[in-house]
Design a protein around this ligand. Structure first.
Ligand SMILES: [Zn+2]
Length: 121
């Protein structure tokens, strides 16, 4: 919706970009930008921090809202509250010929292997 500038629900093209979603503390006077992620800061401690400032695109007709994180690089996996899913590996693998293949995958410090019975499409 942010790129198309058209509401996904009602096709209206009058949208609002909200650069900071309001978050409050115990009173409205404690306003601050809302952050998405709670993360453990550092190693071996339980100090918590927050990151990932939320922005939003709102349809002025139906109110449908999409949220985005303005700074996704600020969110780092901590193994407790934030986990990385997926990975840098290829999502499509094409092999040179049909047959049984054994593959070893390496990315960063991680390794995996798999065996495939590959049939040409
Ligand atoms: Zn709409």
């Amino acid at each position: 919706m942010r790129k198309s500038e058209i509401c996904l629900k009602c096709s209206n093209n009058q949208l609002l970009h909200v650069g900071a979603v309001a978050d409050t503390g115990r009173s409205d006077k404690e306003m601050r930008p809302m952050l998405l992620a709670l993360m453990i800061m550092g190693y071996g401690s339980e100090q918590l921090t927050r990151a990932g400032q939320l922005t939003a695109v709102v349809c002025r007709k139906c109110g449908y809202t999409e949220f985005y994180v303005a700074d996704p690089e600020s969110i780092t996996p901590d193994g407790k509250y934030v986990h990385e899913i997926g990975g840098p590996g290829p999502s499509i693998i094409d092999l040179p010929s049909a047959g049984c293949w054994h593959m070893t995958l390496n990315w960063g410090a991680q390794h995996d292997s798999l065996s495939l019975d590959y049939v040409k499409p």
